[in-house]
Design a protein around this ligand. Structure first.
Ligand SMILES: NC(=O)c1ccc[n+]([C@@H]2O[C@H](COP(=O)([O-])OP(=O)(O)OC[C@H]3O[C@@H](n4cnc5c(N)ncnc54)[C@H](OP(=O)(O)O)[C@@H]3O)[C@@H](O)[C@H]2O)c1
Length: 236
Protein backbone atom coordinates (compact mmCIF):
# COMPACT_ATOMS: atom_id res chain seq x y z
CA UNK A 1 0.00 0.00 0.00
CA UNK A 2 1.35 3.45 -0.89
CA UNK A 3 2.15 5.91 1.88
CA UNK A 4 -0.16 8.83 2.59
CA UNK A 5 2.81 11.00 3.60
CA UNK A 6 2.17 14.59 2.56
CA UNK A 7 -1.61 14.15 2.52
CA UNK A 8 -3.87 15.97 4.98
CA UNK A 9 -6.96 14.03 6.07
CA UNK A 10 -9.92 15.28 8.10
CA UNK A 11 -11.93 12.80 10.16
CA UNK A 12 -15.05 13.97 11.95
CA UNK A 13 -15.97 12.26 15.19
CA UNK A 14 -12.37 11.18 15.73
CA UNK A 15 -12.37 10.89 19.50
CA UNK A 16 -13.88 7.40 19.76
CA UNK A 17 -15.43 4.50 17.85
CA UNK A 18 -15.06 4.21 14.08
CA UNK A 19 -13.75 7.77 13.71
CA UNK A 20 -10.87 7.11 16.06
CA UNK A 21 -10.10 3.83 14.32
CA UNK A 22 -10.01 5.58 10.93
CA UNK A 23 -7.93 8.53 12.20
CA UNK A 24 -5.35 6.21 13.79
CA UNK A 25 -5.18 4.14 10.62
CA UNK A 26 -4.59 7.20 8.41
CA UNK A 27 -1.88 8.37 10.83
CA UNK A 28 -0.25 4.95 10.63
CA UNK A 29 -0.27 5.29 6.83
CA UNK A 30 1.64 8.57 7.08
CA UNK A 31 -1.09 11.19 6.66
CA UNK A 32 -1.40 14.31 8.76
CA UNK A 33 -4.80 13.98 10.40
CA UNK A 34 -7.14 16.71 11.57
CA UNK A 35 -9.89 15.47 13.87
CA UNK A 36 -13.20 17.12 14.73
CA UNK A 37 -15.34 16.29 17.76
CA UNK A 38 -17.21 18.27 20.37
CA UNK A 39 -15.09 16.79 23.16
CA UNK A 40 -11.35 16.81 23.84
CA UNK A 41 -9.07 14.84 21.55
CA UNK A 42 -8.08 11.34 22.62
CA UNK A 43 -5.31 10.67 20.07
CA UNK A 44 -1.69 11.41 20.97
CA UNK A 45 0.37 11.59 17.78
CA UNK A 46 2.77 14.19 16.40
CA UNK A 47 0.82 14.36 13.12
CA UNK A 48 -2.63 14.67 14.73
CA UNK A 49 -4.41 17.99 15.27
CA UNK A 50 -7.66 18.05 17.20
CA UNK A 51 -10.32 20.73 16.79
CA UNK A 52 -13.30 20.94 19.11
CA UNK A 53 -16.04 21.57 16.56
CA UNK A 54 -19.74 20.83 16.55
CA UNK A 55 -20.32 19.81 12.93
CA UNK A 56 -23.99 20.76 13.33
CA UNK A 57 -22.94 24.42 13.64
CA UNK A 58 -22.17 25.77 10.14
CA UNK A 59 -20.35 28.87 11.44
CA UNK A 60 -18.15 26.72 13.70
CA UNK A 61 -17.25 24.46 10.77
CA UNK A 62 -16.30 27.47 8.66
CA UNK A 63 -14.20 28.96 11.47
CA UNK A 64 -12.40 25.63 11.91
CA UNK A 65 -11.56 25.47 8.20
CA UNK A 66 -10.13 28.99 8.44
CA UNK A 67 -7.81 27.78 11.22
CA UNK A 68 -6.90 24.58 9.36
CA UNK A 69 -5.93 26.61 6.26
CA UNK A 70 -3.58 28.71 8.40
CA UNK A 71 -2.23 26.09 10.80
CA UNK A 72 -2.20 22.80 8.88
CA UNK A 73 -2.83 23.25 5.13
CA UNK A 74 -5.34 22.17 2.51
CA UNK A 75 -7.42 19.10 3.37
CA UNK A 76 -7.34 16.42 0.64
CA UNK A 77 -9.16 13.50 2.28
CA UNK A 78 -12.40 13.84 4.26
CA UNK A 79 -14.12 11.11 6.23
CA UNK A 80 -17.55 12.31 7.32
CA UNK A 81 -18.02 9.97 10.26
CA UNK A 82 -19.55 12.00 13.14
CA UNK A 83 -23.16 11.14 13.76
CA UNK A 84 -25.69 10.75 16.56
CA UNK A 85 -28.44 8.21 17.05
CA UNK A 86 -31.67 8.31 18.98
CA UNK A 87 -33.67 5.18 18.27
CA UNK A 88 -37.36 5.66 19.05
CA UNK A 89 -40.79 5.13 17.56
CA UNK A 90 -41.75 8.19 15.50
CA UNK A 91 -44.80 9.05 17.59
CA UNK A 92 -42.71 9.42 20.76
CA UNK A 93 -39.41 10.65 19.29
CA UNK A 94 -38.49 13.95 20.97
CA UNK A 95 -38.47 16.59 18.20
CA UNK A 96 -35.14 17.95 19.51
CA UNK A 97 -33.51 14.53 19.03
CA UNK A 98 -34.87 14.29 15.47
CA UNK A 99 -33.55 17.79 14.73
CA UNK A 100 -30.13 16.94 16.18
CA UNK A 101 -29.83 13.87 13.92
CA UNK A 102 -30.63 16.00 10.88
CA UNK A 103 -28.15 18.68 11.87
CA UNK A 104 -25.25 16.42 12.87
CA UNK A 105 -25.70 13.52 10.44
CA UNK A 106 -26.68 15.42 7.28
CA UNK A 107 -25.99 19.15 7.54
CA UNK A 108 -22.61 18.36 9.16
CA UNK A 109 -21.26 16.28 6.22
CA UNK A 110 -22.65 18.88 3.79
CA UNK A 111 -20.82 21.77 5.49
CA UNK A 112 -17.59 19.83 5.99
CA UNK A 113 -17.60 18.57 2.38
CA UNK A 114 -18.27 21.97 0.85
CA UNK A 115 -15.57 23.71 2.89
CA UNK A 116 -13.08 20.93 2.09
CA UNK A 117 -14.04 21.05 -1.60
CA UNK A 118 -12.97 24.70 -1.73
CA UNK A 119 -9.49 23.50 -0.72
CA UNK A 120 -9.48 20.39 -2.93
CA UNK A 121 -10.34 22.30 -6.08
CA UNK A 122 -7.01 24.14 -5.83
CA UNK A 123 -4.95 20.94 -5.94
CA UNK A 124 -7.40 19.16 -8.29
CA UNK A 125 -7.34 16.09 -6.05
CA UNK A 126 -9.67 15.03 -3.28
CA UNK A 127 -11.39 12.08 -1.66
CA UNK A 128 -14.61 12.43 0.32
CA UNK A 129 -15.97 9.36 2.11
CA UNK A 130 -19.26 9.51 3.97
CA UNK A 131 -19.86 6.87 6.60
CA UNK A 132 -23.28 5.42 5.89
CA UNK A 133 -25.19 2.67 7.61
CA UNK A 134 -26.99 -0.59 7.00
CA UNK A 135 -30.00 1.26 8.47
CA UNK A 136 -30.46 3.10 5.16
CA UNK A 137 -31.13 -0.22 3.42
CA UNK A 138 -32.74 -2.26 6.22
CA UNK A 139 -34.98 0.61 7.41
CA UNK A 140 -35.42 -0.68 10.98
CA UNK A 141 -38.43 0.29 13.09
CA UNK A 142 -37.48 3.13 15.45
CA UNK A 143 -34.84 4.51 13.13
CA UNK A 144 -36.95 6.60 10.75
CA UNK A 145 -34.93 9.81 11.02
CA UNK A 146 -31.56 8.12 11.57
CA UNK A 147 -32.04 5.85 8.52
CA UNK A 148 -33.22 8.83 6.47
CA UNK A 149 -30.09 10.81 7.37
CA UNK A 150 -27.93 7.83 6.37
CA UNK A 151 -29.77 7.50 3.04
CA UNK A 152 -29.24 11.25 2.81
CA UNK A 153 -25.45 11.10 3.14
CA UNK A 154 -25.31 8.68 0.21
CA UNK A 155 -27.45 11.00 -1.92
CA UNK A 156 -25.29 13.93 -0.80
CA UNK A 157 -22.16 12.08 -1.95
CA UNK A 158 -23.76 11.21 -5.29
CA UNK A 159 -24.69 14.81 -6.09
CA UNK A 160 -21.35 16.19 -4.89
CA UNK A 161 -19.65 13.55 -7.07
CA UNK A 162 -21.18 15.30 -10.08
CA UNK A 163 -20.32 18.80 -8.89
CA UNK A 164 -16.77 17.92 -7.90
CA UNK A 165 -15.82 15.21 -10.42
CA UNK A 166 -14.37 17.72 -12.89
CA UNK A 167 -12.18 19.02 -10.06
CA UNK A 168 -10.57 15.64 -9.41
CA UNK A 169 -12.60 14.99 -6.27
CA UNK A 170 -14.41 11.68 -5.69
CA UNK A 171 -17.34 11.28 -3.26
CA UNK A 172 -18.47 7.89 -2.02
CA UNK A 173 -20.30 6.24 0.86
CA UNK A 174 -19.04 3.43 3.04
CA UNK A 175 -22.15 1.88 4.59
CA UNK A 176 -21.16 -0.03 7.70
CA UNK A 177 -22.90 -2.79 9.60
CA UNK A 178 -22.81 -3.17 13.38
CA UNK A 179 -19.47 -2.76 15.14
CA UNK A 180 -19.06 -2.32 18.89
CA UNK A 181 -19.08 1.36 19.90
CA UNK A 182 -20.87 3.75 22.26
CA UNK A 183 -23.48 4.34 19.55
CA UNK A 184 -24.20 0.64 19.08
CA UNK A 185 -24.43 0.14 22.86
CA UNK A 186 -27.55 2.35 22.85
CA UNK A 187 -29.47 -0.34 20.94
CA UNK A 188 -30.86 -3.52 22.53
CA UNK A 189 -28.28 -6.26 21.85
CA UNK A 190 -30.92 -8.84 20.89
CA UNK A 191 -32.36 -6.48 18.24
CA UNK A 192 -28.90 -5.94 16.72
CA UNK A 193 -28.06 -9.66 16.82
CA UNK A 194 -31.33 -10.54 15.08
CA UNK A 195 -30.48 -8.08 12.29
CA UNK A 196 -26.94 -9.43 11.97
CA UNK A 197 -28.17 -13.02 11.68
CA UNK A 198 -30.13 -12.04 8.56
CA UNK A 199 -27.13 -10.52 6.73
CA UNK A 200 -25.58 -12.43 3.81
CA UNK A 201 -22.39 -12.50 5.92
CA UNK A 202 -23.97 -12.99 9.36
CA UNK A 203 -21.43 -11.41 11.68
CA UNK A 204 -20.54 -8.04 13.19
CA UNK A 205 -18.12 -5.80 11.27
CA UNK A 206 -14.48 -5.83 12.26
CA UNK A 207 -12.09 -2.89 12.09
CA UNK A 208 -10.32 -4.26 9.02
CA UNK A 209 -13.62 -4.64 7.10
CA UNK A 210 -14.02 -0.88 7.34
CA UNK A 211 -10.36 0.06 6.81
CA UNK A 212 -10.06 -2.17 3.72
CA UNK A 213 -12.82 -0.26 1.91
CA UNK A 214 -11.60 3.08 3.22
CA UNK A 215 -8.12 2.40 1.79
CA UNK A 216 -9.68 1.55 -1.57
CA UNK A 217 -11.81 4.71 -1.67
CA UNK A 218 -9.00 7.12 -0.71
CA UNK A 219 -6.45 5.49 -2.99
CA UNK A 220 -4.77 7.47 -5.77
CA UNK A 221 -5.87 4.62 -8.05
CA UNK A 222 -9.59 5.18 -7.24
CA UNK A 223 -9.98 8.44 -9.18
CA UNK A 224 -12.58 6.75 -11.42
CA UNK A 225 -14.63 5.41 -8.48
CA UNK A 226 -17.23 7.98 -7.47
CA UNK A 227 -20.93 8.22 -6.50
CA UNK A 228 -20.78 4.66 -5.14
CA UNK A 229 -22.13 3.19 -1.94
CA UNK A 230 -20.22 0.16 -0.72
CA UNK A 231 -22.30 -1.92 1.67
CA UNK A 232 -20.44 -4.11 4.12
CA UNK A 233 -21.73 -7.56 4.92
CA UNK A 234 -23.55 -8.09 1.65
CA UNK A 235 -26.45 -5.68 2.21
CA UNK A 236 -27.83 -4.00 -0.89
N1 LIG B 1 -21.24 1.46 15.43
C1 LIG B 1 -22.08 0.91 14.56
O1 LIG B 1 -22.51 -0.24 14.71
C2 LIG B 1 -22.49 1.69 13.34
C3 LIG B 1 -23.33 1.05 12.42
C4 LIG B 1 -23.70 1.72 11.26
C5 LIG B 1 -23.22 3.02 11.04
N2 LIG B 1 -22.42 3.62 11.96
C6 LIG B 1 -21.94 4.97 11.66
O2 LIG B 1 -20.56 5.03 11.94
C7 LIG B 1 -20.21 6.37 12.37
C8 LIG B 1 -19.47 6.32 13.69
O3 LIG B 1 -20.29 5.70 14.65
P1 LIG B 1 -19.72 5.19 16.06
O4 LIG B 1 -20.47 3.96 16.35
O5 LIG B 1 -18.24 5.19 16.06
O6 LIG B 1 -20.30 6.37 17.02
P2 LIG B 1 -19.82 6.88 18.43
O7 LIG B 1 -19.04 5.86 19.14
O8 LIG B 1 -21.03 7.44 19.08
O9 LIG B 1 -18.83 8.10 18.06
C9 LIG B 1 -19.32 9.24 17.43
C10 LIG B 1 -18.21 10.28 17.28
O10 LIG B 1 -18.80 11.44 16.65
C11 LIG B 1 -18.53 12.60 17.46
N3 LIG B 1 -19.65 13.52 17.33
C12 LIG B 1 -20.95 13.29 17.65
N4 LIG B 1 -21.67 14.40 17.43
C13 LIG B 1 -20.82 15.34 16.95
C14 LIG B 1 -20.97 16.68 16.54
N5 LIG B 1 -22.14 17.32 16.60
N6 LIG B 1 -19.87 17.35 16.09
C15 LIG B 1 -18.67 16.73 16.04
N7 LIG B 1 -18.47 15.46 16.41
C16 LIG B 1 -19.54 14.78 16.87
C17 LIG B 1 -18.33 12.04 18.87
O11 LIG B 1 -17.50 12.87 19.67
P3 LIG B 1 -18.15 14.05 20.59
O12 LIG B 1 -19.25 13.42 21.39
O13 LIG B 1 -17.01 14.58 21.41
O14 LIG B 1 -18.64 15.08 19.66
C18 LIG B 1 -17.59 10.74 18.58
O15 LIG B 1 -16.21 11.00 18.40
C19 LIG B 1 -21.52 7.14 12.39
O16 LIG B 1 -21.67 7.83 11.18
C20 LIG B 1 -22.57 6.05 12.51
O17 LIG B 1 -23.81 6.49 12.00
C21 LIG B 1 -22.06 2.99 13.10
Amino acid sequence: MTSLAGKIALVTGSRRGIGRLVAEHLLERGATVVGFARGEGTIEHAAYRHYRVDVADPAAVQRAFGSIAKDVGPVQIVVNNAAVLTSQYAMIMPPAAAQEMLNVNLLGPFMVSREAAKMMRRTKWGRIVNIGSMAASLEPIGDSIYAATKAGVATLANVLAKELGPLGVTCNTLAVTAIDSEMLAQLPRDKVEAIIQRLPVPRFAEADDILNVLDFLVSDRSGYITAQTIWLGGIN
